[in-house]
Write a protein that binds this ligand. Structure first.
Ligand SMILES: C[S@@+](CC[C@H](N)C(=O)[O-])C[C@H]1O[C@@H](n2cnc3c(N)ncnc32)[C@H](O)[C@@H]1O
Length: 204
């Protein structure tokens, strides 16, 4: 068995054993181990959240005093201590729906952390998929800008390719003081996916 297949199997088995809905849960765990993004009481928005692995991990970290709001095109089984919305990040009504869900029952409708693991339907044509994914990430960035608190952070999945450098610059221009590129080991090494970890948001 090739090393990457063995690694994929390892995380799939681990997810099954530990009750996570996706192998992807371990990518967020590893990103959090490296950057300490998720804390007790935090408000987290997770864009492109189905089947819910990242929502599970985020809900565990923020605990009952925090809040996690997830959104996806697909229906997602409920997760304890999280609010799940169904819809597209590209829908102009989505930011207000997310803000309402964050603010429900309290006066704070801002987020401490925005997570995006968005992936388009894969066409198999690498350039098309890269461009689509970057477009989706731009919608996630617009949402993050409107909803993050001063000093907040965000994680965006991106596909490697010609627009990545431009997108990284857009993250900096949006107000993130630090933009780091990370590839957690739970992410298949042969896949072109990377994560932009954006820290210390300055609202302007
Ligand atoms: C890789 S999966 C996310 C996995 C998730 N982080 C987990 O741990 O279970 C990417 C998701 O992005 C969603 N997605 C793609 N386009 C979207 C859009 N326009 N709005 C909302 N979600 C979208 C897909 O439906 C898919 O479920």
């Amino acid at each position: 068995m090739r090393l990457q297949d063995a690694r994929r199997d390892h995380y799939r088995r681990l997810a099954k054993d530990q009750g996570y809905r996706s192998r992807a849960a371990y990518k967020l765990k590893q990103l959090d181990d490296s950057y300490r993004l998720l804390k007790k009481g935090y408000r987290v928005v997770d864009i492109g959240c189905a089947p819910g692995g990242w929502v599970q991990v985020a809900a565990e970290h923020v605990g009952p005093t925090g809040r996690v709001v997830g959104i996806d095109l697909k229906e997602v089984e409920p997760v304890a201590n999280a609010i799940i919305l169904q819809g597209s990040i590209t829908d102009p009504l989505t930011p207000a729906r997310i803000a309402d869900a964050l603010g429900e029952g309290n006066e704070r409708s801002v987020a401490d952390v925005v997570l995006s693991d968005l992936a388009p339907n894969i066409s198999g044509m690498w350039e098309v998929d890269h461009a689509r994914q970057i477009d989706l990430t731009r919608s996630a960035l617009a949402l993050a800008k409107s909803i993050l608190r001063q000093g907040g952070s965000a994680v965006f999945k991106v596909f490697e390719g010609e627009f990545l450098k431009e997108l990284k610059a857009e993250m900096t221009a949006a107000g993130f003081q630090k933009v780091l590129v990370s590839k957690p080991s739970a992410s298949r090494q042969e896949s072109s996916e990377l994560y932009l970890v954006c820290l210390n948001f300055a609202k302007n």
